[in-house]
Write a protein that binds this ligand. Structure first.
Ligand code: GAR
Length: 203
């Protein structure tokens, strides 16, 4: 029995299907080296918070709009994370860009899932359905998802895992988003979290 699991905080803003994939992966043993102990949302009405509460996970709302500077907002996040001795921070649909003030505190400890094959359709302004619209507008035939470490460059940190997904005739951004989630994000995010957690506890 693993006694020392890595403590995981998941940062969310919306529906939280990736959070759900992580919760399910912990239950099924795909994630065995870490445990989700905290979910932070920048939005009070994020459905992801309900998913966390239903599973007995501590939740916090830290609203970016309640702070006049990004530094203050990030300081609040850091305080919440450090006071709970978090080892891994997972950005699962967290729609705030984090500056170097934040990312430099946690080198190789922040993981993000992005719904394209980086370096395509990524960086500033590419989030959520916009990513899938951009892929369809360009006309690529293959897209996918990427899980990567987070550094000060938006979507620019070291890649942990990627998975390709086919684009089909008639796809809309919504249809494509769902396929990318089902066939890529919900698989490689838990697998990546387990990989990183395992490395941390065996250090
Ligand atoms: C996911 O598709 C995730 O990859 C994307 O937002 C969605 C969140 O869904 N993230 C980004 O675009 C980050 N640049 P969820 O709340 O159901 O997990």
């Amino acid at each position: 029995m693993a006694t020392n699991k890595a403590k995981i905080a998941v940062l969310v803003s919306g529906g939280g299907t990736n959070l759900q994939a992580l919760i399910d992966a912990e239950k099924s043993g795909i994630i065995n080296s870490g445990e989700i102990v905290l979910v932070i949302s920048n939005k009070a009405d994020a459905y992801a918070l309900k998913r966390a509460k239903k599973n007995g996970i501590e939740t916090l709302v830290i609203n970016n709009k309640a702070y006049s500077t990004r530094t203050e907002f990030e300081a609040k996040l850091i305080e919440a994370i450090d006071s709970r001795n978090i080892d891994i921070i997972v950005l699962a649909g967290f729609m705030c860009i984090l500056t170097e003030d934040f990312t430099s505190h946690y080198p190789k400890r922040i993981i993000n899932v992005h719904p394209s094959l980086i370096p395509s359709f990524c960086g500033d302004g590419f989030y959520g359905l916009r990513v899938h619209s951009a892929a369809l507008d360009y006309g690529v035939k293959v897209t996918g998802a990427t899980v990567h470490f987070v550094n000060e460059i938006p979507d620019g940190g070291e890649i942990i895992m990627q998975k390709a997904v086919e684009i089909k005739d008639g796809d809309t951004p919504e249809i494509l988003q769902k396929r990318v989630m089902e066939q890529a994000e919900w698989i490689i995010l838990p697998a990546s979290v387990e990989k990183v957690a395992n490395q941390i506890i065996n250090k």
